[in-house]
Design a protein around this ligand. Structure first.
Ligand SMILES: [Zn+2]
Length: 85
């Protein structure tokens, strides 16, 4: 079962996802590609990426549901009285 999901935060201005520079506690983030500064830090960046984050959450939900279903199928294998659709 997949337990780790990574998602890339993108710069709201240029869309770059690997040109970030930040301070130690990520309270300040800067995109070195377009020089946009996020004075709200990583939290501001997350906020601007909330659509992407929602997508990942959906993916986790789906994968979890499928995992549980598979486990049930295994558990009931050979039992003709239990059917899964
Ligand atoms: Zn940028």
């Amino acid at each position: 079962m997949q337990t780790e999901y990574s998602l890339k935060l993108r710069c709201a201005t240029c869309g770059c996802d690997d040109k970030f520079e930040f301070n130690e506690d990520k309270s300040y983030v800067k995109c070195t590609f377009c020089n946009r500064e996020y004075l709200g830090g990583i939290e501001e960046l997350k906020e601007l990426n909330s659509d992407t984050i929602d997508e990942v959450k959906e993916q986790i939900k789906k994968n979890t549901a499928k995992y549980i279903q598979d486990e049930f199928k295994k558990a009931f294998k050979g039992n003709k009285f239990v059917k899964f659709k």
